[in-house]
Design a protein around this ligand. Structure first.
Ligand code: PMV
Length: 363
């Protein structure tokens, strides 16, 4: 039986992940977020991190959610899709713990949400870790990945540190669609992700709409699941052998393949901009000069580039980026350890008043 202590705040932190082989396209539209192919990613370190505090209390009249200082709808008529899924998972976890009290959830990113970096993965993963601890559910990271997946698919990979694989699974209920760590964060310390921000604005087509539209209308997409599944095996091999050339080629080909299916969607979805294309050409030129692939670009549902390389090639990549007018700023991250429960005076909730503490100075 769970030992939930009401009115006591639990705080967790977690980080985003960047997929080397991407998840694009679901095999269900009931909110279970079951993918058509497995994917594999690098969990980032705490250079970019989310902190989330939760508390359950009789004093709360309704569930409340604050993200970066703003209250977000969690119940109501016109709720953003992610809040619907969040409510379902919150109710499910409350049910397991036999808790009826409302929850206050306060979450903040240490990076500006306007940076154009997907924060939903670290947000959802961190929330599940905080809820699981607060409700004393003793969930394994694997089970937590299944829960996080249902809030935001790619979030399930942020439950672990290092290199993480999300098995697509085949069960109708999604019970075998979970993530697992393939290599820990110490396996390849030289590996870095240089994020080149070219456009900080919000994406034009949400990923939820994009997933569905591509599966429905793209002819090219039919070849994607098998291609991606093979890509996951190549990435595992490349990392096991620390083969940067193979790793880079496989990462770039997968990003290009996913964006090709997006362009082939009707009406087309185009996330890449001229600045993204400049980076693509820049990386190919660099690799050509080096005589092998020493860096890879990869793009999620947006124009900002993640450049995967090793420490020893960092300067060359930075030189290339510094010549580009479209690159506004860069952020660097190594392999991270995954989410954790925070101790000490770190809470984002005032335990006496049950009000969110405003600590964020970010916009
Ligand atoms: O997790 P979602 O539904 O936001 O989908 C995002 C998928 C990509 O970021 C484009 C790729 C990935 O695997 O992270």
């Amino acid at each position: 039986m769970a030992e939930v202590i009401l009115d006591r705040v639990t705080t967790a932190s977690g980080t985003p992940n960047i997929a080397f082989i991407k998840y694009w396209g679901k095999r269900d539209y009931t909110g279970l977020n079951m993918p058509n192919n497995s994917s594999i990613s690098m969990t980032l370190d705490e250079t970019l991190s989310t902190k989330t505090s939760v508390v359950f209390s009789d004093k709360l009249k309704r569930d409340e959610l604050y993200i970066n200082g703003n209250e977000e709808a969690i119940v109501g008529d016109k709720i953003p899709e992610k809040s619907v899924y969040l409510k379902r998972i919150l109710d499910q976890m409350r049910g397991l713990a036999k808790v009826k009290q409302n929850a206050l959830i306060v979450s903040e990113n240490n990076f500006p949400s306007s940076a154009g970096i997907a924060s939903s993965a670290s947000g959802a993963a961190t929330l599940i870790v905080a809820l699981s601890k607060a409700l004393d559910l003793n969930k394994s990271p694997k089970d937590m990945s299944i829960l996080a997946r249902q809030i935001s698919g790619s979030a399930c990979r942020s439950l672990f540190g290092g290199i993480v694989k999300w098995n697509k699974g085949t069960e109708e209920d999604g019970s075998d669609s979970y993530s697992e760590q393939v290599f820990d964060d110490t396996y390849w310390p030289e590996l870095i992700d240089i994020i080149a921000i070219v456009d900080p604005s919000k994406k034009k087509v949400s990923s939820s709409i994009g997933h569905a539209a591509t599966v429905k209308t793209s002819v090219l997409y039919k070849a994607r699941p098998a291609f991606a599944e093979n890509g996951v095996k190549e990435i595992e091999k490349a990392i096991r052998e620390k083969d940067l050339d193979l790793l880079s080629k496989t990462i770039m080909k997968d990003s290009n393949n996913m964006h090709a299916t997006m362009l082939d969607t009707w009406p087309p979805i185009i996330y890449l901009t001229d600045a993204s294309r400049d980076i693509i050409y820049g990386i190919h030129e660099l690799n050509e000069t080096e005589g092998e692939c020493v860096a890879a670009y990869t793009f999620d549902a947006g124009p900002n580039a993640h450049i995967i390389t090793l420490e020893k090639h960092r300067e060359k990549v930075m030189d290339m980026l510094s010549d580009m007018v479209g690159v506004r700023r860069t952020i660097e991250s190594h392999l991270g350890k995954g989410p954790r429960i925070l101790k000490g005076n770190v809470s984002l909730i005032n335990e006496k008043t049950l009000a969110p503490k405003i600590t964020s100075t970010l916009s």
